[in-house]
Design a protein around this ligand. Structure first.
Ligand code: GAL
Length: 669
């Protein structure tokens, strides 16, 4: 099992998440030795260990953590230490039950699991800072400590928002700061509709338990408020860590497809971003667009490659779109990382299949190709107690190596040099658009993620590398910019996109682009509001198609069937590339183009793929049509050719073995 991994050229490094507090102390030294022998460089610890660090109020016990950290240190493992704030202990909650969050049904979320706190709670904020300071004073300059993880997976278990208590009290205060007067708020929210006007700040509550659906502008501001509370909560910890732990990184482990807060805002004070990659659990919850049980079955033991890749690309882009690697010039990994990588089966999906042989290596290789500098497996040893006993680790419950361990032992990480991911195509993303879109989906078949992934997957299926970046991020250098579902477009955003198009980029927009204002209303001059001139058209009609209805679309690339959504345009300067045929939209424009700007109004995976491929070719981006489950990703002068299928595939004159990858030199495919 032992392997030697060259340290000559900087390459992907590995780690694991370990829980010394879950096992007897006599296991700590052997585990650290075994981790080192396996080739791991990092160990992440202590995110849930508050009750052991401070068993009684103000009574700290660091002895055990000192010993555990020393055990890793003695083996040369670098420690990522976490603030333990996802798990406020019983004594704290019972002394201050007002810390507990309230769910959307108005119920208290009780002690007995984790994440039982309201981000806006002043008393919890105090304790969060206190325990962070105590830890940082003790370990801030410990030679083994490479850096810090704040808390754990903000928003996990739907905890970013609390609908009562401290959040309910802080929300009107936040609103007063934003709007200044109630008149301004009433106008901004359109409260005259249904007599929802307020004449006192204290009258405003979170938008839950309303008789009918709440006002979307009210919802949008509540979500922004809750997001600000997450950002503030973290910023308080980061400030303490910066002060007491100089030279160490600070990061947070974000969650797949989490929607409860604005990740760009929360990432701001961090050195780099990490995220937690559970490909099999993810697929049980998110069927890729246009697919069903057949796709879930096909990829049940590997996960669907594009769902995973999208998260890699999204998290790599949170701090600006480029991989931050090598900022110190020494090749020290500085992100992004996968902080928790599935290495066996999970315990939290409706079904929890074992991974296919080779899947752990494939996930690791894909993570590298999409920018990860470190992949850290969750968890070292399977838990023998409590909520997650069904979850795998690298070691089984009985400490024998599990299948993930064997795959990690056999993986040669020197084939994964670190370096830049350079994409010529950007997919734009923004949480305000996500919240607004999903608040008024208007179709049970669509969501912001579904629409965004439809475009993303079309790009991946022709071998194109993609940066997922914020809709207001730097757009320079991109040949093609895709805005699949950016429904909120402010005047500033419109000007930003216009400048990118004027500089030579091609812009492709999906349905509902620029439908809404930053306040959540529609533009009074209709879609595309401030983008109208650039698009050269206006929205005419939108049609929400029930699953049994489809809408024919015809144009230069052939005939297509739109499902779920079809919107049509009244063109001014734009030309019509595809039109609707039959039904209420008969003869109206479905896909339009004004010079370098293309808008696709119909939801159809095939039509989106066809139009995107044509735009890419026109922008000199190489288009390589790939079989289902075969993917290409490029990084640092290498190409990762992947086969995610459970069977071998013949492609490009070669046999790609089932669930496998090959690292090739750039230009070889
Ligand atoms: C993550 C979480 C871990 C563990 C893991 C199980 O979401 O951060 O603490 O619960 O899931 O898959």
């Amino acid at each position: 099992m032992t392997q030697s991994k060259s340290t000559a050229a900087p390459h992907l490094q590995l780690g694991s998440c370990d829980y010394p507090e879950h096992v007897p102390p006599d296991r700590w030294v052997p585990y650290a030795k075994q981790q080192k022998e396996l080739g791991l460089s990092y160990v992440r610890i202590a995110e849930f260990a508050w009750s052991r660090m401070e068993p009684r109020p103000g009574e700290y016990d660091w002895a055990w953590l000192d010993t555990a950290i020393d055990a890793y240190h003695a083996q040369g493992l670098r420690v990522v230490l976490c603030t333990p704030t996802p798990t406020p202990p019983a004594w704290l909650i019972r002394a201050h039950p007002e810390i507990l969050p309230i769910d959307a049904q108005g119920r208290v979320r009780e002690f007995g699991a984790r994440r039982q706190y309201d981000f806006a709670s002043p008393i919890y904020r105090e304790h969060s800072q206190r325990i962070t300071r105590a830890m940082a004073e003790r370990y801030g300059e410990h030679p083994a400590v490479a850096g810090w993880q704040t808390d754990n997976e903000f928003g996990c278990h739907n905890t970013a928002r609390s609908y009562g208590g401290a959040s309910a009290e802080a929300f009107p205060v936040w609103l007063e700061k934003k709007y200044g007067t109630l008149d301004a708020l009433n106008v901004a929210w359109g409260n005259v509709f249904w007599s929802m006007e307020y004449d006192g700040w204290a009258q405003i509550k979170p938008p839950n338990l309303t008789v009918a659906e709440p006002n979307p502008s009210h919802v949008l501001d509540f979500y922004r408020f809750a997001s600000d509370m997450v950002a503030e909560f973290q910023a308080e910890q980061v400030a303490i860590l910066r002060e007491l732990s100089p030279g160490r990184f600070v990061t947070h482990n974000f969650m797949i497809f989490e929607m409860g807060f604005d990740h760009y805002e929360v990432a701001k004070g961090l050195d780099f971003v990490t995220w937690d990659n559970y490909p099999l659990g993810m697929l049980e919850f998110f069927a890729p667009p246009g697919s069903g049980e057949d796709v879930k079955t096909h990829f049940a033991r590997t996960g669907q490659p594009d769902l995973i890749a999208f998260n890699h690309d999204l998290y790599r882009g949170l701090l600006g779109g480029k991989n931050a690697l090598g900022r110190d010039g020494a090749g020290t990994p500085n992100g992004p990382w996968v902080m928790e990588q599935q290495c066996g089966q999970v315990n939290w999906a409706p079904f929890n299949p074992l991974p296919a042989d080779g899947a752990v290596q494939l996930w690791t290789a894909q993570a590298w190709a999409h920018g990860a500098d470190v992949v850290s497996y969750f968890r070292w040893r399977a838990a023998t107690m409590a909520q997650e006993v069904m979850h795998s680790g690298l070691l089984r419950h009985d400490e024998t190596p599990d299948r993930g361990f064997v795959e990690v032992a056999e993986l040669d990480t020197t084939q994964f040099p670190v370096g830049e991911v350079t994409a010529k195509v950007a997919v734009l993303h923004d949480y305000d658009s996500l919240w607004l879109y999903d608040e008024q989906k208007h179709s049970a078949s669509l969501s912001y993620w579904t629409q965004t992934l439809t475009y993303y997957m079309a790009l991946r299926s022709v071998g194109v590398d993609v940066d997922v970046i914020h809709a207001d991020a730097d757009l320079s250098g991109y040949a093609v910019i895709v805005a699949p579902a950016i429904t909120l477009v402010s005047k500033e955003r419109a000007a930003h996109w216009t400048a990118a198009v004027e500089a030579g980029a091609k812009l492709v927009c999906g349905p509902r682009t620029a439908f809404r204002t930053p306040g959540g209303e529609t533009w009074a001059d209709g879609q595309f509001g401030p983008l109208s001139e650039l698009v050269g058209a206006k929205l005419l009609q939108y049609d929400s198609l029930r699953p049994t209805l489809s809408q024919k679309v015809t144009g230069g690339g052939g005939d297509f069937a739109a499902h779920a959504w079809a919107e049509s345009y009244c063109t001014q300067n734009a030309e019509t590339l595809y039109s609707y045929s039959g039904g209420p939209l008969d003869g109206q424009s479905a896909v339009i183009r004004n010079s370098n700007v293309t808008v696709i109004g119909a939801h159809s995976e095939k039509l989106v793929g066809t139009v995107l491929a044509e735009v890419l070719r026109g922008a000199d981006v190489t288009v390589t049509p790939l079989p289902d489950g075969v993917r290409l990703s490029r990084r640092a002068g290498k190409v990762l050719l992947q086969n995610w299928n459970p069977d071998a595939v013949e492609w490009n004159g070669q046999t790609l073995e089932a669930v496998s990858f090959t690292v090739l030199e750039y230009g070889h495919v």
